[in-house]
Ligand binder design. Structure first.
Ligand code: BJW
Ligand code: ZN
Length: 247
């Protein structure tokens, strides 16, 4: 059986499916990834930017990096890979769980629901001291605002290096990985923990693993099927073949 047919069968007959995404799923929307050549951190070192110490040392610099990324994301639309993942959820309903490392919100825009966002949401702002949500408009603001509650600096609601993930979101993701029969890994280098460990958790639990990525990742050696192509070129065709009814 060729791998396309094998994947379509897995997709069709899966009862518990997890789709796990990273920055590569939004690449075709024009949102830069983190670790590819030409990615965000090609120009900036990750530890200069995505951690609390960096923000406290150079708040304007880090804030402006987030404002630049928010601007790109606001202008970006969903691509055919986001739409294909939304179509999978439509067909699988309760047997489907999307877990994403992305902070761009594009999966919501494509129509997915109940998404477990491991690394937060770039559109949210919160106080670095008291963690109150900040609901002021920050469009075009190039200095971090001050918290209305305590005067602390306002930061983006994402998970930085050295910070714990929301335990409830992480635990629900682990539970989904432990209980699935099919785990689809899309567009992640699988280098960042604990998110990447979901892949080996699913493997140990006996799930079939399928990956979509033009380059090999840390996960590639353990997956059962690897579509080594941009996900927007491969996944939509396969999903349409699997669920042809609404075409
Ligand atoms: C395409 C494509 C196309 C291109 N189609 N594909 C255990 C071992 C070692 C280290 C640690 C460990 N446990 C914890 C750590 C430390 C650290 C970590 O993992 N470090 C490693 C890098 C070594 N982890 C943490 O600090 C985490 N916290 C934690 O563990 O808390 C407990 C703790 C507390 C105190 C002390 C110690 C521990 C938190 C991690 C938070 C990560 N946050 C970021 C930033 C979010 C905010 C922001 O957006 O600015 O999340 S980092 C960044 O990486 C972002 C991403 O979500 C994440 C993953 O990146 P992703 O999605 O994989 O992107 P890329 O760019 O790496 O890959 C893109 C892929 O797409 C590539 O493979 C391309 O080929 C592919 N691609 N085009 C399909 N068209
Ligand atoms: Zn505050």
């Amino acid at each position: 059986m060729n791998k396309e047919k094998a994947f379509i069968d897995l997709l069709k007959y899966s009862n518990k499916l997890v789709v796990f995404t990273g920055a590569g799923v939004s690449a075709a929307s024009g949102v830069p990834t983190f670790r590819d050549p030409g990615g965000l951190w090609d120009k900036y070192q990750p530890h200069q930017l995505a951690n609390e110490e960096a923000f406290r040392d150079r708040p304007s610099f880090v804030w402006q990096w987030y404002q630049w990324r928010r601007d790109i994301i606001q202008k970006a639309g969903v691509n055919s890979a986001h739409k294909a993942i939304a179509k999978i959820q439509q067909h699988k309903s309760s047997g489907f769980q999307l877990v994403t490392q992305n902070v761009d919100g594009l999966h919501f825009e494509a129509g997915n629901s109940g998404i477990l966002c491991l690394h937060g949401d770039i559109q949210i702002n919160k106080c670095i001291e008291c963690e109150s949500l900040y609901d002021g408009n920050v469009t075009g603001i190039d200095e971090p605002p001050e918290c209305h509650e305590c005067g602390g600096l306002v930061r983006p609601g994402v998970v930085w290096f050295g910070e714990s993930l929301d335990p409830s979101i992480l635990n629900r993701s682990i539970e989904a990985a432990e209980n699935c029969d099919l785990f689809i890994v899309i567009g992640t280098s699988a280098q960042v923990q604990p998110a990447a460990s979901l892949i080996s958790i699913a493997k140990r639990a006996g799930a079939k693993l399928v990956e979509f990525n033009p380059s090999a990742s840390e996960a590639s050696s353990i997956v059962d099927i690897f579509f080594q192509e941009p996900v927007e070129d491969s996944l939509p065709k396969l999903v349409d073949l699997c669920f042809p009814d609404d075409r």
